[in-house]
Design a protein around this ligand. Structure first.
Ligand SMILES: O=C(O)CNC(=O)[C@H](CS)NC(=O)CCC(=O)C(=O)O
Length: 275
């Protein structure tokens, strides 16, 4: 068994304030006895335009947000999984990445979001992430942690079961979906997609989410969740903003083995292609 914490906050265009919110989440996770803390996509900042997003991006070494968070991880010996922006190949776009900061405060793993959120929904969100973000080109193989093998995806990746299935096939025990879901799509799809990914991969799902109003244009759905490999929602942080909050749950390695043993999902790759 290993206790994990999922953290929920409302990032804005103030990196200093977002760092303060994340420091508070670290304190809460340590107090609860968690072995790792999972933070949302874009924890470092959410800007009000693509241009501002690009202007604000800093390399990991130069980001006051990341340097500060790494210091927290080192001091508390607490691994932190966190979504940030990093400069792209050229100055026209940024990378939307998630990092695993280990208990020594080192950035040990990095995944760059591969599916970008380009939507134009009538009476709903209109967002074109690919204007300001450069897509990644590979899946990060699941990595060893004190919680088992963790696999990283980001937000809109949740809608493409192939990436989760591929990560499961590569040995994932926990699949993470750090997110900033919109309210209408969150209401309609968030929980059902997360539970489906947990059930079909027979893996724990940890989904840290942004919540509430970031600026005059953007509001996020919240409902950060931890879900077990049977699809049971173990924690749900709800949709109200206010003080940043954590929820915790136990990762039960025996339950993971039991579910995979009792209901083997043997694929018929002689009938359809392997993912
Ligand atoms: O903009 C930033 O700085 C951080 N990135 C995000 O918030 C991204 C791209 S706009 N949001 C999503 O992918 C939401 C997906 C979603 O809501 C759905 O799939 O329904």
């Amino acid at each position: 068994m290993a206790l994990v914490a999922v953290g929920q906050l409302t990032s804005t265009a103030s990196m200093a304030n977002n760092l303060r919110q994340c420091q508070l989440l670290v304190k809460k996770a340590v107090k609860a006895g968690a072995r790792a803390l999972f933070l949302p996509e874009a924890s470092d900042y959410i800007a009000s335009s693509g241009e501002e997003t690009i202007k604000m991006a800093k390399s990991a070494q130069e980001s006051e947000f990341l340097v500060g968070l790494q210091e927290e991880a080192r001091r508390e010996k607490l691994p932190i999984h966190v979504g940030v922006h990093e400069p792209g190949q050229d100055s026209r776009r940024v990378k939307n990445t998630v990092l695993w900061i280990d208990e020594r405060g080192e950035i040990a793993q990095r995944y760059q979001k591969i599916h970008l959120f380009d939507v134009d929904i009538k009476n709903g969100p209109v967002l074109k992430e690919s204007n300001s973000v450069e897509p990644g080109g590979q899946i990060l193989p699941p990595f060893n942690t004190p919680l088992g093998k963790v696999a990283s995806t980001i937000c809109f990746d949740l809608r493409f079961p192939e990436i989760s299935l591929a990560l499961k096939r590569q040995g994932a025990d926990i699949i993470t979906f750090p997110s900033a879901f919109t309210v209408p799509t969150g209401k309609a799809h968030w929980e059902i997609l997360l539970r489906a990914r947990a059930i079909e991969t027979q893996s724990y799902v940890i989904a840290a989410a942004q919540v509430g109003r970031h600026n005059e244009k953007r509001v996020s759905y919240g409902h950060s969740m931890i879900i077990d490999p049977w699809g049971t929602v173990l924690a749900d942080l709800g949709g109200n903003d206010g003080e940043p909050e954590i929820a915790t749950a136990e990762i039960d390695f025996e339950l993971l083995k039991k579910i995979r043993r009792e209901m083997p999902l043997a694929r018929r790759t002689d009938v359809y292609p392997a993912v």
